[in-house]
Design a protein around this ligand. Structure first.
Ligand code: AMP
Length: 122
């Protein structure tokens, strides 16, 4: 399988605005921010979707959540609050098939997050 965009960012083959890195994950600002603060936390291991997370990957998934909170504290918006989202497959709105945690902050975020009318898939 060819590398995704995010593996190429990890390998520094394409540029990104990297804000945090450790041995397990990388975080960088989203190129199309949906809030004043919008960055992605990705594992260095290429896992295509949440459905592909093995039992052995549970620590990686937890690490992404920890990194999101760590960065929120470091950047000073943890107390005000933020939202984490991981989209999965088409209905979830996933477009890059390397799991990533969206972290959105910097303003009160609306809920529910979607604007489409509810419709059944019939
Ligand atoms: P998703 O739709 O959940 O798969 O999210 C993919 C996210 O990646 C979107 O919010 C895009 O704006 C973001 N994105 C795509 N290409 C880049 C890039 N080169 N650098 C940073 N973010 C990107």
């Amino acid at each position: 399988m060819s590398d995704t965009l995010f593996t190429r960012i990890i390998n520094r083959e394409i540029p990104a605005d990297i804000i945090y890195e450790d041995e397990i994950c990388l975080a960088f600002n989203d190129i199309h921010p949906q809030a004043p603060v919008h960055f992605l936390v990705i594992p260095k291991k290429p896992i295509p979707t949440l459905n592909d997370l093995d039992k052995d990957d549970r620590q990686i998934a937890g690490h992404l959540m920890w990194a999101a909170a760590h960065i929120a504290r470091e950047k000073g918006f943890a107390a005000d609050g933020y939202r984490t989202v991981m989209n999965c497959n088409d209905d979830g709105g996933q477009t890059v098939y390397h799991i990533h945690l969206h972290v959105l902050a910097g303003k009160p975020l609306g809920w529910p997050p979607y604007t489409e009318k509810l419709k059944s898939k019939g």
